[in-house]
Design a protein around this ligand. Structure first.
Ligand code: MTE
Ligand code: LUZ
Ligand code: MOS
Length: 762
């Protein structure tokens, strides 16, 4: 151990988590006098508010305040993309679980106990829960959009075979370990600090300012870390932060709002369920010629991020394949469910499921294996995607080939066939799943980031960015970026909690771009300080050419030879010479653009690609199954943090296969959530996880738009889970070679059993 003051590894998230020492909003010791809030929400899916009275609530023990829309001093509006989301219901309610009133009391228990005293009379209006029905009624959040290339209508006649079908995919609960939470602290002069469990501190800051009628500079939002977000806190951490802020502002006291698990599940949105139609045409040899898809997105009752999510669905309509004639249409259908929202993959997985379903049906009809059709049409360099971007550097084919050989595909096919021949009531299934996921926010503006770096006189470094740590390891990666930029010990670098006062106007940590955007900004900020340090070093050494100064592993070199300066001595000398040791930097992804009128452009910096091999064993008498293996070859490039990247890939795969297998979101006929607890909503546990789970990274690839050549990893592996669905389907086919099998996810054991036993598909 050297003597310099380090920021030891045990202060980083991973180490803190396993010790139970990492702190979340609800673990912070709030100031004395902090009040606690609880939300009264609509019991009705759609209706007109006839009477809303909270005066009786105020007579309940410990209650300090009760607020409705009438108490909002600024705009009662928190819609980020479209202004269609009141903070507290006004006039009408649009889903079960829409916040109607906020009760504040001395304790959270007293606040909840008083909820029953809210008097609400609602005149029920017809409610819609099905996206196709909403579409028929014209209940759209925005006009439908269409991406097209080639001439689909003319291409059908050139096809030797054309198949059609419908695919339904379900919602998905985020199950972040930390539920939605915020703590609002009133400051001097009408200012406010909000500690929020959000992926988007700036979004929260904007919304709080809007709701309270304040300029943004009076509102500071800080995030230490999240106990997971998975997209569920990209937009939907905002209402709870605004509600806590509203009460704190009105009462002049700190206010904390933490949802209980069941409240969180009932009140917040999920992954968007989709219902989709496809038509796919090909030549006899499996070459895809034409594809048409219509996506009906179940958006829920407000826009939230739905339009952006639909856009990503359209971008990924053709998944990992090159198809010359394509028309993909999508609509955000407004239903009376809590607004659905971002979830890992952001509409991409829904699109890819439809494409893979179309290929599965086509392969059946051609008598080919799905893998033969997949392989024949995989994206290669130079292929033009339906939205005009030329696919480049994606490694889709290399990953596919590597996966096939590394995981002994031919041999396993034979083994599976042999198993199925010799077993009557157990069947195995095998499927390959290629993934190509576009990296960049599809909303151009969001592809920017800022960073602020300070070098202290002892040589320790503080780095602030807009990146929110939510378990994905972005702080470890950013620490690595700063350490590499300066060529110093990574323990010298500390990541600051994310704050709108340190780095302003930030994008949410989302779209897998956290490391790319913030890492490039951090690198630029470090390089700015480094330039000044090199000049200071030259002067200190009595040399005249700063460009000959270099720092390698904390040692200062001049013209390649070690000097008397170390990192610490150099920093001290620069300070003594009154050189600034701080820098702010801004990064904006170059070269991306998109024209929403033509629906053409270059929206993505690059694609993150790979292929997974999935294998299952199905008990055909019970419908239960085991995921034997998910083994993937994934193009990551040189990893910034091997443990974090492995965790992202493995976690993403398990979360992805959960969406398609055991996770089922169910609503009652009145629109209330049936699966509102972890007792009724099943997530994959360690026993359900693949028996063999392996991810092999390509490490030798380069990516000029990544950080130190690495590629984004947060979302892409999620979509390997889709392969498990098709492995299951293959196993079902082995048992029932006849008849139609519907495409409906999740493929729960119940659904499997009904399809295997029933005459008609579900
Ligand atoms: N991993 C963990 N442990 N927790 C999370 O909440 N969110 C995922 C992914 N991996 C998430 C996660 C989602 S939806 C995204 S977009 C990325 O992480 C965001 O982080 P990144 O941009 O730094 O990859
Ligand atoms: N969020 C967003 C996202 O606002 N735009 C995106 O393109 C996106 N993509 C993935 C996940 N979140
Ligand atoms: Mo992730 S869905 O971009 O938060």
């Amino acid at each position: 151990m050297s003597g310099h003051p380090k920021h030891p590894d045990r202060l980083l998230d991973m180490a803190l988590h396993v010790r139970g020492e990492s702190r979340y909003v609800d673990d912070l010791t709030p100031p004395a006098g902090t009040l606690h809030a609880a939300v009264f929400s609509s019991p009705v899916a759609h209706g007109r508010i006839r009477r809303l009275e909270v005066s009786k609530v105020l007579t309940r023990p410990g209650v300090r305040g009760a607020f409705t829309a009438a108490d909002v001093p600024g705009e009662n509006q928190i819609g980020g993309i479209l202004p269609d989301e009141p903070l507290l219901a006004q006039g009408e309610v649009h889903c079960v679980g829409e916040p109607v009133a906020l009760i504040v009391a001395d304790t959270a228990r007293l606040a909840r106990a008083a909820l029953g005293a809210v008097e609400l009379e609602v005149e029920k209006l017809p409610a819609v829960f099905d996206p196709r029905e909403a579409f028929r009624q014209g209940l759209l959040i925005s006009p439908a959009r269409t991406f097209a290339i080639g001439d689909v209508d003319a291409a059908w006649k050139d096809c030797d075979v054309v198949v059609e079908g419908r695919v339904d995919s379900g919602g998905q609960e985020h199950v972040y370990l930390e539920t939605q939470a915020a703590l609002a602290l009133p400051g001097e002069g009408g200012s406010l600090k909000v500690i929020s469990a959000t992926q988007g501190p700036t979004g929260v800051q904007k919304a709080v300012a809007r709701v309270l009628g304040l300029p943004m500079h009076l509102v500071e939002v800080e995030v230490l870390r999240l106990g997971g977000g998975f997209g569920g806190k990209e937009d939907q951490a905002t209402p709870w932060a605004c509600l806590a802020a509203l009460a704190a502002f009105r009462l002049g006291r700190p206010v904390k709002l933490v949802l209980q698990r069941q409240e969180d599940m009932r009140l917040t949105g999920k992954r968007h369920p989709y219902s989709s139609d496809f038509r796919l045409g090909a030549a006899y040899d499996g070459r895809l010629l034409a594809y048409q898809a219509s996506f009906y997105q179940n958006s829920g009752c407000t826009a939230d991020l739905s339009t952006s999510i639909l856009e990503r669905t359209l971008f990924h309509a053709t998944a990992s394949y090159h198809i010359p004639n394509v028309r993909a249409t999508g609509a955000c259908c407004r239903t009376n469910l809590p607004s659905n929202t971002a979830f890992r993959g952001f509409g991409g997985p829904q699109a890819m499921l439809v494409m893979e379903a179309a290929i599965a049906r086509l392969a059946e009809s051609l008598g080919l294996s799905p893998a033969a059709v997949q392989e024949r049409n995989l994206l290669g360099d130079g292929d033009v995607l339906p939205y005009g971007q030329r696919f480049h550097g994606g490694q889709a084919r290399r990953c596919w080939q590597t996966a096939k050989t590394r995981y002994h595909l031919e041999e396993r096919r034979w083994q599976v066939a042999e198993f199925n021949r010799t077993h009557l009531l157990a069947k195995k299934g095998l499927a390959l799943m290629p993934v190509c996921f576009g990296i960049s926010f599809t909303n151009q503006t969001l592809n920017q980031a800022g960073a602020l770096v300070h070098v202290y006189t002892d040589g320790s470094v503080s780095l602030a960015t807009g990146a929110v740590e939510m378990g994905q390891g972005v702080h470890r990666k950013l620490r690595e970026v700063a350490a590499r930029a300066f060529s110093i010990d990574r323990e010298r670098v500390r990541l600051q909690p994310t704050s709108t006062a340190q780095v302003p106007n930030t994008s949410p940590t989302a779209a897998s771009t956290g490391t790319d955007l913030n890492g490039r900004a951090a690198e630029l900020a470090c390089r700015a300080v480094l330039e000044r340090l090199r000049e200071a070093a030259a002067r200190e050494l009595g040399k005249d050419r700063p460009q000959k100064v270099e720092i390698r592993e904390e040692q200062v070199y001049y013209e390649g030879r070690p000097t008397s300066l170390t990192w610490e001595r150099l920093v001290a000398a620069a300070y003594a010479r009154r050189v600034s040791l701080s820098a702010q930097a801004h990064y904006a992804t170059p070269g991306i653009h998109f024209d929403r009128t033509a629906e053409k452009g270059q929206p993505f910096a690059y694609h993150a690609c790979g292929t997974a091999v999935c294998e299952v064993t199905l008990d055909c008498l019970r419908g239960t199954y085991t995921v034997e293996a998910v083994e993937a070859v994934h193009d990551l490039g040189p990893s910034l943090d091997a443990a974090a990247d492995r965790g992202q890939a493995e976690g993403g795969i398990v979360q992805g296969l959960g969406w398609l297998t055991v996770e089922e979101v169910l609503h009652a006929g009145d629109g209330s959530l049936l699966t509102s607890a972890l007792a009724s909503y099943k997530v994959p546990d360690i026993h359900f996880a693949p028996r063999r789970l392996e991810v092999q990274f390509l490490e030798d690839t380069v990516n000029p738009l990544g950080v130190f050549n690495a590629k984004a990893i947060g979302e892409p592996p999620f979509m390997y889970g889709i392969g498990v669905y098709f492995a299951l389907r293959a196993a079902m086919r082995a048992f029932r070679p006849d008849g139609e099998l519907a495409f409906a996810a999740p493929l729960t054991p119940e659904r499997v059993l009904m399809q295997l036993a029933g005459e008609r598909p579900l």
